[in-house]
Design a binder for this molecule. Sequence first.
Ligand code: VGL
Ligand code: ZN
Length: 214
Amino acid sequence: MLDITPSDVLIVVDVQYDFLPGGSLAVAGGDEIVPLINTLAKRFINVIFTQDWHPADHISFASQHPGKNPFDLIDLPYGPQVLWPDHCVWNTHGAELSADLDIPHGQLMIRKGYNRQIDSYSGFQEADRETLTGLAGYLNERDVDKLYVVGLATDFCVGWTAIDAAAGGFDVAVIEDATRAIDNAGSLEKAWAEMQTAGVSRLQSKDILGKSVA
Ligand code: VGL
Ligand code: ZN
């Protein structure tokens, strides 16, 4: 069993209504992980949230590209971009974190994707791979070495956050059963392969809780 130390950080990625059943970009089973995330969070002194937070005319929305549909791939100045249904528009219900999260000790919220022209799956940097969010600086100032990542979606915001964390020199693990995936066009398998290459550990919640939590 893994020992969680007082300096370890749990990052809870994008547990927002638009990614939960009934939301505009619903991730299958997304609601199932909320109780497990609450249980895991009790083991951590340090919990950080990310929140996908887009303007209504965000460049990642298919609605902004005439003739395009959600899940189409386009080329943007910073690289390929999957187009999405409108989601997580700031100040809408869909952008709110689930009220079923019970993590009162959460200490920081990183909003991402608020620049109209650049998407941001990762909690560390935007999709241009230049614009930083400040999260690495925050963690480094706090002398954090080890990160655990949970939330939605495994193959996009969880995966990119974990890979950027590893690239930034953090020891990072994704707790697989506390994530759910979009899994579009092989994206989940690809994300796990990329995470493995980046040195991200793949854990299950029982590795931390010491028992299987159904
Ligand atoms: C996400 C697609 C678009 C995510 C965010 O949270 O994984 N996916 N925006
Ligand atoms: Zn988004």
